[in-house]
Design a protein. Structure first.
Length: 229
């Protein structure tokens, strides 16, 4: 999703300009639970109304649309604002995006492929289980550690453990699923399967962007704080 070409935005730019510049930010707005109906609202006004830290919002949005990370914001933004966004993102994937893709995938299955269909659904469900496990580790171990770190207590964890183990097992599983469909699945209703595939590719890209926010924004932020505590 990061394209390294997009422009960077500030608090005075309008939300509509932001979206028109790169519609990929729509999923970010959705994960911040921001309501539609923006009118001429600026990014700063929107964040203030929604009770979201504007610098945190700009840090994430600008990273997604330009690939750039403003180091000024990196030291100014509170990591718990980032973990709030990441938790919301987990909720969005598990309770909205992935169930939505699963139901499109089930709908795209063809009766004539009875021998492959259960395998496709099993691969998808295995994939979702891996995603759940990955998110649960972050929510039960990493984010609580970050909470306590921001309150001044170091505890017995270290963000380097997360950095070394933040793996890509999830993406491999999804590649296996895409391969089966692309190579072996012929269907009488290809449009539905093309749609389901596009959803899967989209979600994969989105999850990579999510992992990049953790790797390139959250981890460096915590490393700075660990150096001070
Ligand atoms: Fe995450
Ligand atoms: Fe992650």
């Amino acid at each position: 999703m990061e394209n390294n070409l997009g422009r960077c935005f500030n608090a005075d730019d309008t939300v509509v300009d932001l979206i028109e510049n790169d519609y990929n930010v729509l999923t970010v707005l959705s994960r911040f639970s921001l309501p539609l109906g923006f009118g001429e609202k600026s990014i700063g006004e929107l964040c203030e109304e929604a009770g979201i830290n504007t610098e945190c919002f700009l840090l994430i949005i600008n990273y997604i649309s330009s690939g750039k990370i403003d180091s000024k914001y990196l030291s100014e933004v509170c990591p718990t604002d980032i973990t709030y966004f990441l938790r919301n993102s987990h909720d969005y994937y598990l309770n909205y995006k992935l169930p939505h893709i699963r139901s499109n995938l089930v709908d795209a299955l063809d009766e004539s492929q009875r021998s492959i269909n259960p395998m496709i659904i099993r691969f998808f469900d295995d994939y979702v289980n891996l995603v759940k496990k990955h998110f649960a580790y972050e929510e039960n171990i990493v984010f609580p550690y970050i909470d306590s770190l921001t309150h001044g207590s170091k505890g017995n964890y270290n963000i380097d453990v997360f950095r070394r183990n933040h793996d890509y097992e999830i993406e491999e599983k999804l590649s296996e699923l895409k391969n089966i469909i692309l190579r072996y699945y012929s269907t009488s209703q290809p449009s539905k399967m093309y749609d389901a595939l596009a959803d899967i590719y989209n979600c994969e890209e989105d999850l990579t962007s999510h992992a990049n926010i953790e790797n390139h924004i959250l981890i460096p932020m915590i490393e700075r704080i660990e150096g001070r505590v």
